[in-house]
Design a protein around this ligand. Sequence first.
Ligand code: SAH
Length: 452
Amino acid sequence: MMTVEKNKTYTVTIDDLSYEGLGVAHIEGYPLFIENALPDEEMTVKAVKVGKKFGYGKVIERFNDNPERQAVKDMDLLRSGIAPLSHLTYDYQLRFKQQQVEKVLKTIAKLPEVQVAPTLGMDQPFGYRNKAQIPVQKVDNQLMTGFYRKNSHVLLPIENYLIQDPKIDQAILVIRDILRRFNVKAYNERDNTGFIRHIIVRRGHYSHEMMVILVTRTERFFKGMEIAEIIKKELPEVVSVIQNINPEKTNVIMGREEKVLYGKTAINDTLLGKTYRISPQSFYQVNTEQTEVLYQKAIELAELTKDDIVVDAYCGIGTIGLSLAEKVKHVYGVEVIAQAIEDAKYNAKANGIENANYEVGKAEKIMPRWAREGIDPSVIFVDPPRKGLDEKFIEASVAANPEKIVYISCNPATLARDLRRYEDLGYHASTVQPVDLFPQTSHIESIVLLTK
Ligand code: SAH
């Protein structure tokens, strides 16, 4: 095999697109991953990183365009990983996601017979995110907001994030300018000094209520209240300004401690006609419009009746279970974040729902306990984080003997792994339905109904 050398240039043709949206070229079998490169495109590339099994290349000159290529407004959107598929037409993105699911069903799940439906996409696949978490750094002697270059902590100053609610983009600039005016110091990761680490903004898609969270390294916030008042004055939609304190040297964005600088401790929004309280630490799907499509589809697949006992595992603030509670006898929700369970309980009450119970804890611990207590679910909804289901949870869910399991997944690889386990334990997957919750990015959400 020819050895690929760092800093040397090669002429290649792209033959694949990785699940992260990087073009792949093989130089005598050695894979080189290349940003902003699409299948069938010929180009000269420079090898910038060369590992044992694969390397990374940088485009020097591209000789032709894939017909599905579209112009990228700002290359930093690719460089930062904010919108790694934005150089592809949206139709192609949707097909690409369907194919990615098909691939893992064959390779990981070994279930080639399971069909994958066309991805349900958005009419307007931009400006959809209801939440932004923006790092703050000192750049050119100024407090700067933007996004990290991929695999680094170099801040690329960005003002238009393409996929965020434009009102959120605008809010970030307003807040940045206020912080500059007050000479607030940006955090410095290298020596864990300075003050403002992140600006987090959430905006209710329907309510238009805005929450601003200023993540700081230390507690003492000189003129913090005054700054919060000015944020409110310049951004009238703001109903809550929270200071979150994170003293650790860590990549985890939020710390445990919180203080209200202005207004309420949470915002409200609506989903499928129900209102929800959303606290700073609670998970809430970032694409409200598509979440409604996702939940509707999941509920439709379950064909619920008034006799159904439903488990909503990994329930967050209760959105899935509360959307279907009126159709069934009872809902049991479980979730590991205490603040989210407080929200779920509050949300049940606020919507007049009395047949839902919630518990804080790990789903894999609570599920077996519920079984011992005689809770006998007929339908189990699961919506785990990227790492998928814990083996103990899978066993407990099968032991509970439900008629149906509805699996909502944000990671095809762990979905495929878990579908294999369920198949071996007697639960068979029907069609997988991808729903595009994250246009322009490589994230893939899908739903699948499992029956005995
Ligand atoms: N169903 C909700 C939340 C889905 S996100 C919605 O649609 O909004 C996944 C949720 O699982 C998060 O709220 C996360 O806090 C929670 N979680 C992560 N690990 C968990 C575990 N082991 N047990 C229970 N919940 C968990």
